[in-house]
Design a protein. Structure first.
Length: 375
C-alpha cells in the first residue's frame, strides 16, 4: 500500500509566519501541472503494483487549481496503479477560494476530503498574519463544504499566536465541534527564520506569547478533545472516532509514499528523496527528463530515530515488542538508558508501550530527540 502527495507551490500572498515552499508568481500554474504529470511518469515505477489508499494535494494552495487540473493528476495515478475504491483524496483549501460551484466540481472529480486552512477566527489576528480571508469567509467555507456534501472535513487552526486569548482559542474549537467538523489539526506557532514575523520579532516590532501561555493553550486543546469526544490521536491532530486521516497515518506508520512537485519528499524501501525547493529549477529539470532530487539511503540509526519520532507523536505510542523486533538488543540498551534522562512526568510505560503523558505531548519533538541513537 502506498500514498501519493502532490505539492502545489503557489499562493495568492505570503502569510507572515509561513516557510513552506510556495511562490506568489502564479503564471506557470498549468506548466507546473504538466511537470507534475511528467514527474509521475518518471517515478511511478518505484511503487509499481502497489495499491494507493490516499492521494493528498498539499501546498502552497491546492485550491488555486481548477477541478480539471486536479482531475488530470488523479487520473494519472489511477492509470498506473490501483486506487482503492474508498481511497482518501484530500485537497488543502483556503477559505477565500471556495464557492459552491468549485466545491461541487472538485467533488465530482473524486476529492472526498477537505483540509480547510482557517488558522484563526479572529479578524485582527488573520489580518496580522496576512491571510487572504476573514472570519466571515472562514465560517462560510465550512457551511459551503458541508452543503456540497463533504463529510470528511479537517480544519487547521493555530495557537500560541500573538493576541490570541485563551477564551478565543477555546471558543474557536467549540465553534468547530458545534458544526460537527470531524477532524482538527492544531499547530503551535513556530517562528521560522526568513519569515516576516521572524524579522519583526528580531526588531522587537512583534512580541510572541511566552512558552507557558502556549502550553496553557495546548492544555485547553486537550480538555476540549476530552469534553467533545475527539480522539487526540497525534500530537497536533484530533478526530471524531473513525475520522482519523489515512494520509497522516500512512506517514506515521512508515508506509511507502511518493511526493511530487518542488520540495516534496518521498520514501520507498528504506530510501528517502526530496525535490529541489525552487519552481523554475524543478520544472527545467523535469522537462529535461531528470529528477531534481537529493537521495539518502537511511541507516539503521536514521530509521530508528524516525520510528521513535513518529510513533511517539501517536496516542498509541511505541510498542516495545515491535521496537525490539525491529531494532534488536543493541539499540534497546541505549534506548532504555536515554529513557532515564526524560522527566518521568513526560513519559508513561504501561502494557509494554511507551507513551507521552498529556504534559509530555507538548514537548514531543524534544523528547524524541533525547531518545535518538547516533551513528
Ligand atoms: C503549508 S500550510 C498549507 C495550507 C494552506 N496553504 C493554508 O494556508 O491554509 C499547512 C498548515 O501548516 C500550518 N503552519 C504553517 N506555518 C506554520 C508555522 N510557522 N507554525 C505553525 N504552523 C504553521 C498552518 O496551520 C497551515 O494550515
Ligand atoms: S500558510 Fe498556506 S497560504 Fe499562507 S503562505 Fe503558507 S502555504 Fe501559502
Amino acid at each position: 500500500m502506498a500514498t501519493v502527495y502532490f505539492h502545489i507551490p503557489f499562493c495568492k500572498q505570503a502569510c507572515f509566519y509561513c516557510d513552506f515552499h510556495f511562490s506568489t508568481v502564479r503564471t506557470a500554474q498549468q506548466e507546473m501541472v504538466d511537470c507534475l504529470l511528467t514527474e509521475w511518469e518518471l517515478v511511478h515505477h518505484s511503487i509499481q503494483g502497489e495499491r494507493i489508499d490516499s492521494i493528498y494535494f498539499g501546498g502552497g494552495t491546492p485550491s488555486l487549481l481548477s477541478a480539471a487540473q486536479v482531475q488530470i493528476l488523479i487520473d494519472a495515478v489511477t492509470k498506473t496503479n490501483e486506487v482503492l475504491f474508498d481511497a482518501e483524496i484530500t485537497l488543502e483549501v483556503n477559505p477565500d477560494d471556495l464557492s459552491a460551484d468549485y466545491l461541487q466540481s472538485i467533488r465530482a472529480v473524486g476529492v472526498n476530503r477537505l483540509s480547510v486552512g482557517i488558522q484563526s477566527l479572529n479578524d485582527d489576528i488573520l489580518r496580522s498574519m496576512n491571510r487572504a480571508h476573514d472570519r466571515r469567509m472562514a465560517v462560510h467555507s465550512i457551511l459551503l463544504a458541508q452543503d456540497a456534501g463533504f463529510e470528511d472535513i479537517s480544519v487547521d487552526l493555530m495557537f500560541g499566536l500573538p493576541g490570541l486569548t485563551d477564551q478565543e482559542w477555546v471558543s474557536a474549537l467549540h465553534f468547530l465541534a458545534d458544526r460537527q467538523v470531524p477532524h482538527i489539526s492544531a499547530y503551535c506557532l513556530t517562528l521560522e527564520p526568513g519569515t516576516v514575523w521572524h524579522r519583526r520579532v528580531e526588531k522587537r516590532l512583534l512580541v510572541l506569547p511566552e512558552d507557558e501561555s502556549s502550553r496553557m493553550q495546548y492544555r485547553l486543546l486537550m480538555d476540549f478533545a476530552k469534553d467533545r469526544g475527539y480522539r487526540h490521536y497525534e500530537v497536533s491532530n484530533l478526530a471524531l472516532p473513525g475520522m482519523e486521516s489515512e494520509h497522516n497515518s500512512a506517514y506515521w506508520n512508515g508506509s511507502h509514499y511518493l511526493g511530487l512537485g518542488p520540495s516534496a519528499h518521498s520514501f520507498v524501501d528504506g530510501t528517502r528523496w526530496w525535490n529541489v525547493s525552487n519552481n523554475a529549477r524543478y520544472m527545467r529539470s523535469i522537462r529535461s527528463g531528470v529528477l531534481p532530487h537529493t537521495q539518502e539511503v537511511l541507516t539503521l540509526s536514521n530509521r530508528h530515530n524516525e520510528y521513535v519520532m513518529t510513533k511517539l507523536r501517536l496516542d498509541t505510542g511505541i510498542d516495545l515488542t515491535e521496537y525490539q523486533s525491529y531494532f534488536g538488543d543493541d539499540f534497546s540498551q541505549s534506548f532504555q538508558n536515554n529513557m532515564r534522562s526524560v522527566p518521568s512526568e513526560w513519559i508513561d510505560l504501561c502494557d509494554n508501550r511507551l507513551k507521552l503523558t498529556p504534559e509530555g505531548r507538548f514537548f514531543a519533538d524534544g523528547i524524541s530527540a533525547s531518545l535518538f541513537v547516533l551513528d
